[in-house]
Ligand binder design. Structure first.
Ligand code: ATP
Length: 124
């Protein structure tokens, strides 16, 4: 809740704990997150094995992070939708499907970035 409480290191530490708890919940419950984790580890291993340059690592980090952000927001959105409308609702379906589409866009973009980065290292 937004208010004008004074700054507290303890409160900030709690915020981090809540954020990590959210990520841990996503990792435990979302099968898509397992795929993202496998992809993340594979990309990092390939980047390390192929001695990818710092400039190219930047692109790989952007690709990895954008997919995780999309998945996290999609998961949060799904939870919210399930509270707002546990029963079938056409708008909930549209909302969930569009949010899932956002993850797909990021994942496809990440694949393109990965190809643009890795192909020259494999072919040259
Ligand atoms: N309350 C609801 N009302 C309408 N449609 C819903 C509702 N809940 C889910 N759906 C729709 O049902 C379909 C399947 O949803 P579900 O969340 O089970 O699949 P999913 O996207 O594969 O989920 P997950 O990523 O958790 O495996 C999707 O099209 C989703 O939009």
């Amino acid at each position: 809740m937004a208010d004008s409480k004074s700054f507290s290191v303890l409160a900030r530490a709690k915020s981090f704990r809540y954020a990590f708890a959210g990520l841990w919940l996503m990792l435990r419950t979302q099968h898509n997150a397992w795929i993202h984790l496998a992809g993340t580890l594979a990309v990092c291993a390939a980047g390390w094995a192929l001695h990818v340059s710092n400039a190219d690592w930047r692109w790989l980090v952007v690709a990895i992070v954008m997919v995780w952000i999309a998945e996290a927001l999609n998961t949060a959105f799904e939870h919210l939708c399930d509270v707002v409308s546990p029963d079938f609702h056409a708008s909930v379906k549209a909302s969930k499907d569009i949010a899932a589409g956002a993850v797909l866009i990021c994942a496809l973009g990440a694949v393109v970035i990965g190809a643009l980065v890795f192909v020259p290292y494999v072919t040259d």
